[in-house]
Write a protein that binds this ligand. Structure first.
Ligand code: ATP
Length: 390
């Protein structure tokens, strides 16, 4: 039974839901949606005690950013000419990006160099004003409500730090507490929590410039999250870190996302970060959105080929199996590439086993990296419908 349905401000929907939750009088199900840029709330009473609150926390519509730059002519004479007659050039950095992220999502925002990722993120954080189109983050228009938007968001840059270089790490946290006006108890609880989960105890009193990159990154993560942001933008958060430190950061992000429901947008060229953390990716190229969906769906569409890696008991002069192509051979190990739409792995293994003595076998999935590279080169196309494997 639908209880109530109305068009109200997004802030109000949030507080209605949290008030009802606190009072224990929540309806069995509630859905928050933005339709035609008008947030609506739909509450349904039913037998289930389960809640669902769905409201895009980030929305962009036909978002566009064009940079106008002065064309400079070379040489002294050129500089004079530039001064006298100014010619401008338009550079379209973001071209009509429309996307919606639900609260609690962890999305990879990826694209090649110069694709428009940073420009998009800067519009979401309120640093840049869009040339046209619409953008909302947690119901706010970032460039119009920069201060309020700043309270809702956190940012972690792998290549820059928001920590105070000469001060002990803890002092940076204290300053951020004052800047964001974080209530004392919440600050103390968050600081204790992040100190434990990021294992920062041994270096809280160390000046930031003396920290290793891994320690500094952990400090930056805590700094970005002390004020309980609803959305966190991660820009190359694991760049330069060793494998252990990378995994610690990834584990931390996954945990915060799971336990606190924080929404993350991850911008990176390290697709291992994306594979480990994100189910969904938004792919942008030359300012235009190329793909928005699940990584698995992308794999299904593009990853038509798998590789069967077989180690034989002995060295065979020729290796040939119907339905597979020999990709490479090294010693007693052969790599056989097959199209999973026409040949199943099971059938292929049986065919190999019928002809050769096998000591080990494994299947390699296509790397996300090679799929993405293909999309950059060829553009995104829907692959033909899959046929049943033989
Ligand atoms: N302030 C600016 N003035 C002029 N052009 C700019 C400005 N900022 C970005 N651009 C241009 O806009 C395009 C998109 O840049 P952006 O930094 O958003 O790309 P990106 O996807 O973040 O790239 P990268 O992965 O290399 O960081 C590029 O062609 C860039 O040169």
């Amino acid at each position: 039974m639908r209880l109530w349905y109305g068009s109200i401000a997004p802030r109000a929907t949030d507080s209605i839901i949290s008030t009802m939750l606190r009072a224990g009088s929540a309806p069995a199900r509630a859905e928050l949606r933005t339709e035609h840029w008008s947030p609506v709330i739909q509450m349904v009473v039913g037998p289930s005690a389960e809640w669902s609150a769905v409201m895009p926390i980030i929305e962009t519509r036909d978002l566009r950013k064009v940079f106008r730059t002065l064309v400079r002519q070379p040489g002294v004479a050129g500089s004079l000419r530039t001064l006298l007659s100014r010619t401008y050039e338009d550079k379209v950095a973001v071209e009509g990006v429309t996307m919606a992220l639900e609260a609690g999502e962890l999305v990879g925002y990826i694209g090649p160099n110069g694709a428009g990722k940073s420009t998009t993120i800067k519009m979401l954080t309120g640093i840049l004003v869009p040339t046209s189109g619409e953008v909302r983050v947690a119901g706010l228009v970032p460039y119009e409500q920069r201060r309020r938007n700043a309270r809702n968001i956190g940012v972690v840059f792998g290549q820059r730090s928001q920590l105070y270089w000469d001060l002990p790490l803890i002092e940076s946290f204290e300053l951020l507490r004052a800047i964001y006006g974080i209530p004392k108890e919440r600050y103390a609880a968050n600081l204790a929590h992040f100190t434990e989960t990021l294992d920062m105890g041994p270096f809280l009193q160390t000046p930031v410039r003396q920290l290793s990159l891994g320690q500094r990154m952990r400090g930056d993560f805590a700094a970005a999250m002390l004020h309980d942001p609803r959305v966190v933008f991660l820009d190359e958060p694991t760049i330069g870190l060793d494998v252990v430190a990378k995994e610690a950061i990834r584990e931390f992000v996954a945990r915060v996302n799971r336990d606190r429901g924080t929404t993350f947008i991850l911008t990176t060229h390290d697709l291992a970060d994306v594979e480990r953390l994100c189910r969904r990716i938004v792919l942008i190229d030359r300012g235009t959105l190329v793909y928005d969906g699940e990584i698995d769906a992308l794999r299904d569409r593009y990853g038509t080929h798998r590789t069967l890696v077989v180690t034989f008991c002995e060295s065979y002069p020729d290796v040939a199996v119907e339905g597979a192509e020999l990709e490479s051979r090294e010693g007693t190990t052969a790599r056989l590439r097959f199209d999973r739409r026409t040949t199943s792995a099971e059938v292929l293994i049986r065919r190999v086993a019928d002809r050769y003595c096998i000591s080990d076998v494994s299947i390699e999935e296509p790397e996300l990296e090679s799929i993405i590279r293909r999309i950059y080169l060829e553009g995104y196309t829907e692959a033909p419908a899959l046929t049943a494997p033989a």
